[in-house]
Write a protein that binds this ligand. Structure first.
Ligand SMILES: Cc1ncc(C[n+]2csc(CCOP(=O)(O)OP(=O)(O)O)c2C)c(N)n1
Length: 352
């Protein structure tokens, strides 16, 4: 297994060339899968609406890449790259959107409310930002059991106005819990712009709850990775939570039905110049990586995934209520993939 060079350590980066390529690959898969799902939606094959995270790929890719196998993730509706990184196969993701029996929720939910428990992910509750409380609860359990691992969740700028945001921040701060809060500041909560959402920069709120808050360029996957890696270090060494404000832009409507007439076109064009995938491609190319080969293999993977998902059966209506309500002993969450090279080269991670 490759180890970091002294040069890399000096430059302050914890990423090897293969990590940079893996980040790019996860973002390309997210974008490609969502583009394919949007096209399937337009063909009437995706029930309900369709939500995507176009332009925000670096936020979930960079943050999820810093998580160890035994860490636990509450992934939100614009964070598909986190599912990809934890190991959900592309065909299973498309089958989820298509409502098929082979999707993560086996057809119980048509779109983004999913998480593969076997990979350490808790399916998101639609009521926002409930997952902040779930992540905080898991972190509380880690602390009580003396386990060296951490929970992470993502949420939007709109979520910061709800009571549950403050409850989670407060309890996590009081208890110094091992949790990372990633605030995805994408300029709009549906049609509500930031100046109608809060009067105080939300990044500053962490201090009011007694823990660290950092603002990061959310269109830079490596900056997201480094900030999350540092936050996780703080979390597992007992220094408590971190609020990471990832500044980005929602480049598409709230969902497929929304033409976002309320967003000035110039604003979108300005952000297009900061596309996170273009930026990571430039880095990978600069380090001698074969970007076109990565793109080609991602395209082939998505084609194969679409074929497999479209051939998958619909769920049997007779079993519609199965697995919807918790009955009996709950199966514990499993561990997910953690492809960052630092986990292979460093000290053993996870439950002590
Ligand atoms: C309590 C609650 N109110 C309303 C909704 C409907 N809803 C889903 S996403 C959303 C906007 C959320 O905005 P934000 O938190 O900024 O995240 P973004 O979608 O911009 O990523 C709304 C209003 C909801 N899911 N939960």
């Amino acid at each position: 297994m490759a180890t970091q060079t002294a040069q890399q350590a000096q430059a302050g980066s914890h990423l090897l060339p293969e990590d940079r390529a893996a980040l790019l690959r996860a973002m390309l898969l997210m974008r490609g899968l969502e583009e394919r799902a949007m096209s399937l939606y337009r063909q009437g094959k995706v029930p309900g609406s369709f939500y995507d995270g176009y332009g925000q790929e670096a936020v979930s890719a960079g943050a999820a890449f810093a998580m160890a196998p035994a860490d636990r993730l509450c992934v939100l509706h614009r964070d598909l790259a986190a599912h990809v990184i934890r190991g959900v196969p592309p065909a299973r993701i498309l089958a989820q959107y298509l409502g098929r029996a082979t999707g993560v929720t086996r057809g119980r939910d048509g779109n983004v409310h999913f998480g593969d428990r076997h990979l350490g992910c808790v399916g998101m509750v639609s009521m926002l930002p409930d997952m902040m409380l779930v992540a905080t609860g898991m972190a509380m359990a880690f602390k009580l059991r003396g386990e060296r691992r951490c929970a992470i969740t993502w949420f939007g700028d709109g979520s910061t106005s709800r009571g549950d945001f403050h409850e989670a921040m407060n309890w996590a701060g009081v208890q110094k819990l091992p949790v990372v809060f990633v605030l995805e500041n994408n300029q709009y909560a549906y049609s509500t712009p930031l100046d109608k959402q809060f009067a105080v920069d939300p990044g500053e709120r962490a201090a009011a709850y007694g823990f660290s808050g950092v603002t990061v360029d959310g269109n830079d996957a490596e900056a997201m990775f480094e900030a999350t890696r540092a936050a996780r270090e703080r979390a597992i060494s007992g220094q408590g939570p971190t609020l990471i404000e990832a500044v980005t832009m929602r480049m598409h409507g709230h969902a497929a039905h929304d033409d976002m007439k309320y967003v000035p076109k110039e604003q979108v064009e300005e952000w297009r110049k900061r596309d996170p995938i273009d930026r990571q491609e430039a880095r990978v190319t600069g380090a001698g990586g074969a970007v076109e080969a990565i793109r080609e293999s991602v395209r082939a993977e998505i084609d194969a995934a679409a074929e497999e998902a479209l051939a998958a059966p619909m769920p049997d209506p007779a079993g519609a209520a199965e697995g919807v309500f918790g009955v009996g002993e709950a199966e514990p969450l499993g561990d997910g993939l953690a492809p960052w090279s630092g986990f292979a080269t460093g000290a053993p991670e996870g439950v002590s």
